[in-house]
Design a protein around this ligand. Structure first.
Ligand code: MEV
Length: 438
């Protein structure tokens, strides 16, 4: 039985690996070799990765793919996507090509407001608290001047602070709800620094506020933290074309448009379907978020909260047919950054941003929303036409063949074979074994 370890973080990388493989692996030499095989031979790059997190022992690679031909607001983009799931990049590329000759994607920024909150407990007269807040608000802002100076110079900063009475939800619970404009930065550090200062000032000033009773003076700050729910940091992306242009065959076009609407309507009213529908959207969103060094967990959390904003979890995309025009759109809350954080540290992230023509945060929001919309269009299109497995299995076939250790020649033979045969896992294994026997 393994015993707990003290001071693991203080060990060198090699010592950490030794301890790990000794205590948790069967074949220690192989495990060590494997971990080291994924070290970068460029020591500068490896050092960077070592320092991104704590206790780094190796690197975990994801493929970086490119989905070209995205026409967004009349500019052509090749979108970098970091993702392990086969078919996603292919689907994005297919959707991009489909809309390329149908006007491309149009996007609009609907808002860029970020949020931070100071959660606190106040036991006393709410009227007195309201008056105190009105009095102290200018000082809350002036006390953060050292933090906000540069952001203010660039045109961002604190937008507002309001006091919210949350006592109907939780006894004595109040909140300073603070809004920010963080320009091209995602803003987490900026927001958290500001609200921690708000909390300090708020507590100190309360202690000196003579109108408060002793109990009222004793405001308890529970926590100060940004919110990843950013419903007013919102982007819209849209595609549209006459129904008749959806395919070369008029009947097929009409049927396809109607089925797309039905599929979206189902995702709008049925949470089980909505979750999978939105998962497909996030295939595109997360892949671009990762490639551009943004925080996909933050985006995931915020996007799903947005999908549930009207009590029932629903589709993030919508579709309509009006006056013979098919329209398909998405609205996504996205708090992204194109400066700071990993964006200036990770060499591949820097390259991804260069490929995207060094976008502002607003431009990146638009590109990401387009990736999500394209992914959803491609997924729902195959679901309502051929079904998802046909395309999926083609890509999956290559993964199975790689797992089996097929040679290039064997891959070509078997890819041809499975053009006309269902590429289930067992069928691929059987065909591979037969080929080897031959
Ligand atoms: C698979 O990763 C994503 C899909 O399930 C999305 C969808 O069903 O819309 C294909």
């Amino acid at each position: 039985m393994t015993t707990p370890i003290e001071g693991f973080s203080k060990l060198t990388k090699d010592e950490k690996i030794d301890w790990l493989v000794t205590n948790y692996t069967q074949d220690q030499e192989s495990a060590k070799k494997l971990l080291k095989r994924y070290w970068n031979t460029d020591t500068v790059v490896q050092k960077l990765h070592d320092e991104f997190i704590e206790n780094t022992i190796s690197n975990y690679y994801l493929p970086l793919g490119i989905a070209p031909n995205f026409l967004i607001n009349d500019t052509l983009y090749a979108i970098p996507m970091a993702i392990e799931e086969s078919s996603v990049v292919a689907a994005a590329s297919k959707a991009a090509k489909f809309w390329l000759n149908r006007g491309g994607f149009k996007t609009t920024i609907l808002g860029t407001e970020k949020i931070g909150q100071v959660h606190f407990i106040f036991k006393g007269d709410v009227e007195k608290l309201n008056n105190f807040f009105a009095q102290v608000k200018p000082k809350l802002i002036s006390d953060t001047s050292a933090i906000t100076k540069n952001m203010n110079k660039r045109g961002g900063g604190i937008s507002n602070i309001i006091l919210l009475d949350k006592t109907s939800k939780l006894e004595n619970y109040y909140q300073l709800h603070c809004t920010f404009e963080t320009l091209d930065a995602m803003g987490a550090n900026f927001i958290n620094s500001c609200i921690e200062q708000f909390a300090t000032t708020f507590k100190e000033e309360a202690q000196n506020h003579n109108v408060f009773s002793e109990i009222e003076k004793d405001i308890e700050i529970v926590m100060s933290i940004l919110s990843n729910y950013v419903p007013n940091c919102l982007v819209r992306a849209e595609v549209s074309c006459p129904v008749s242009e959806l395919s070369t065959d008029v009947e097929k076009s009409n049927a396809f448009a109607k089925k797309m609407i039905q599929a979206v309507n189902i995702a709008k009213v049925e949470p089980h379907r909505a979750v999978t529908h939105n998962k497909g959207i996030m295939n595109g969103v997360d892949a671009v978020i990762l490639a551009t060094g943004n925080d996909f967990r933050a985006v995931e959390a915020g996007v799903h909260a947005y999908a549930a904003r009207n009590e029932s979890y629903t589709s993030l995309t919508d579709a309509s047919i009006e006056n013979g025009v098919f329209k398909f759109w998405i609205e996504l809350p996205l708090a992204l950054g194109t400066v700071g954080g990993l964006t200036s540290l990770h060499p591949l992230v820097k390259l991804a941003l260069e490929i995207l023509n060094k976008p502002s945060a607003k431009e990146l929001m638009q590109i990401v929303a387009v990736a999500g919309l394209a992914q959803n269009f491609a997924a729902v299109r195959s679901l309502v036409t051929t079904g998802i497995q046909q395309g999926h299995m083609k890509m999956h076939l290559m993964n199975i063949l790689n797992q089996l250790g097929a040679t290039t020649e064997e891959k070509t033979t078997l890819t041809n074979h499975f053009k006309n045969n269902a590429a289930t896992h067992s069928a691929v294994v059987a065909a591979f074994e037969n080929l080897r026997k031959e």
